[in-house]
Design a protein around this ligand. Structure first.
Ligand SMILES: [Zn+2]
Length: 99
């Protein structure tokens, strides 16, 4: 099993407290909410991970993720990710009109 830092997504040794790459405290990151972790996953270097994160954020209607998704849709050069992000944004924003 390979472990990754929840901040910079570099590989880290199992059970390490502080990431040797970026200095992030792993147990502090553990306390983050599921949505915060998903927002963080939007920056994951493995291309399928941000796509998945965007889909989940969309299905959760995670409003706090909107600024990050909008930013990503402007900066990403990955057409699959841009599409997933656009869908997610639409899904989150749709909530305002349903009730
Ligand atoms: Zn790190």
């Amino acid at each position: 099993m390979i472990y990754y830092c929840s901040n910079c997504w570099n590989e880290i040794p199992k059970g390490i407290e502080v990431c040797p790459h970026c200095g992030a405290n792993q147990s502090a990151l553990e306390q983050e909410s599921f949505i915060q972790k998903l927002i963080r996953a939007l920056k994951h270097p493995e291309p399928s991970t941000p796509v998945r994160a965007a889909e989940i954020l969309g299905s959760l209607r995670a409003k706090e993720a909107l600024p990050y998704l909008v930013e990503l849709s402007k900066t990403s050069s990955d057409p699959f990710l841009v599409k997933a992000v656009a869908r997610s944004i639409k899904e989150i924003e749709d909530k305002d009109y349903t009730n």
